[in-house]
Design a binder for this molecule. Sequence first.
Ligand code: RAM
Length: 361
Amino acid sequence: MSQIRSVRRLATAAVAAALACASLAACTSGSSGSGSSSSSSSSSGSANKTVKKGLTVYFIPKDTQNPYEVLADKGGQKALGELGGKVVVSSGTQDTAAAQIPSVQSAIQAHADAIVVAANDPKALCPSLNQAAKQGAAIVAFDSDLECGSSPTHLFINQADTKSIGTSEVDLLAKQIGSKGDIAVLSAAASATNQNSWIKYMKVQLKKYPNMKLVKTVYGNDDPATSLTVLQGLLTAYPNLKGIISPTTVGISTAAQYLDTHKDVASKVTLTGLGLPSQMRKYVKDGTVQSFELWNPSDLGYLAGYAAASLASKVTTMTPGAKFKAGRLGQYTVAGPAATPSVVLGPPTVFDKKNIDKFKF
Ligand code: RAM
């Protein structure tokens, strides 16, 4: 997994989490000519090249109902709008690769210029994506990476340094529980690359805390009902649990809501993880949750949109060192290792009572 230098700080963007698309919906948006002219270009020896207008980029989120993914897709729509292209958002309603494959097929049929995908499984989408790439589509993964082979098959837009996310989650919880006690992870889909990479680094970091023990990882599939069921199972099976890390916005908001209405449990169990400030504000303010982290999902989608359009226009490449401009976020450089060329949005922000009101996403 890619551990690259981070380049940008988060910017705050006020975006309402509207759940726009239905099951396997294809929600088209973008612009023909709105915003500034499409003059995004590389500064690494291809200054005359500009992003083509009229590009069609398919955004395939993990699912169409997760507010986090909706915000990320809206960021992509903003980017393509600025570049005079359009985004088609298409996926299923469950976090499985099977639900995403029809969307890749639709992109192929539509001769999409690029596909931006949040992979529900590292490998299962590869045959369809390879087919799309053969047809000339630029492939970008964001949020959750792909593993489609040793030669570079795609560019990964990483939200933040993978190792730092896992490490900092453990450190945040350790601080709150005095580095002591049984802890658990409430994750998303068991096959999600991002979740599993972060959990891997959590386990490494836990070696520094000999009195903290990870007793169980449960999977809520980024579905609120499933997340609640596995959370309740966890609390029943481990009555002495001291802490939960939920590195998913769906998991942490479900758990926070549960703790908020079960004060007896909340007095014993500390919750942290990755959450949307808009969903977590209430629980931070009433003391149910002390602190948690995230980056700006809309910026992530915006960056991925610029990356996809730049690759599709051959303004940049997947070669480490290649550069491209990402609108208001500035310039980014592709980093190695060569098998997973990637770009990192920037370090996450820790939210607590003091700063949460500043963040609207
Ligand atoms: C959830 C998804 C997503 C993850 C965020 C933090 O919404 O699992 O993939 O990056 O949380």
